[in-house]
Design a protein. Structure first.
Length: 219
């Protein structure tokens, strides 16, 4: 069941929309203010429906925070219907923008489309290698590859930073931050070697003297 965070200070809208969403199979948590929303973002949320005007802040700030940290898909639901408002919301990374008044059926269709797009985003395919972020699994030619937790984290960092050189220092720092344990430079070298052997391809490129990268397929 997908969990939706509804950020809206109009209690009447909250009551009706929460009921409609729950009737259509969604779990709904509600934030009536900016601060409540920030607190609830620590939970596992699949989608945020976000008003712009809030009593203690605005939805633009929340959207910006989401897109620099958790990347949760976001739909603006606002009475602000000027083109500049809509453009600003989309430029901040929102997946959709719906103006009030709105139809519940239209909103449900938009929600479904955004969630389906998110599923596609969570599967990264490069050449014959597929990384499924939802299941934390890696496949080569549709065959499941057994990676250790550390090997998976290294590959995940490379796959989620396509076409960017990740320095050895940054990799070590990010892995250390994730586990809370120090990872030696030699350990990184050994794990990169093991990943390459298990994938049996040259998808991980070495940038001599700097680090590693995975390049996106050319279209």
């Amino acid at each position: 069941m997908n969990k939706i965070l509804l950020v809206e200070d109009n209690v009447s809208i909250v009551k009706g929309l929460k009921y409609s969403l729950e009737q259509n199979g969604y779990e709904v948590v509600v934030a009536l203010s900016f601060n409540e929303c920030i607190h609830l973002l620590n939970e596992t949320i699949d989608l945020v429906i976000l008003d712009i005007s809030l009593p203690d802040g605005n939805g633009y700030e929340i959207c910006q925070k989401i897109n620099t940290t958790s990347k949760i898909p976001t739909i603006f639901l606002s009475a602000k219907d000027e083109e500049d408002d809509i453009v600003r919301g989309l430029e901040l990374g929102a997946d959709d923008y719906i103006t009030k008044p709105f139809g519940v059926k239209e909103l449900l269709i938009r929600i479904d489309k955004v969630l389906k797009r998110q599923i596609k985003r969570n599967v990264i395919i490069i050449n014959n290698t597929k990384l499924d972020l939802n299941k934390a699994q890696v496949f080569v030619n549709n065959k499941l590859i057994n990676l250790s937790a550390l090997e998976y984290k290294i590959l995940l960092l490379l796959f989620t930073n396509l076409n960017q050189i990740i320095t050895r220092e940054k990799l070590l720092q990010m892995i250390w931050d994730i586990d809370g344990n120090f990872v030696e430079d030699n350990t990184l070298t050994v794990n990169i070697k093991r990943i390459r052997e298990k994938l049996n391809n040259d998808i991980i490129k070495t940038v001599k003297g700097i680090g590693y990268m995975v390049e996106e397929d050319e279209k």
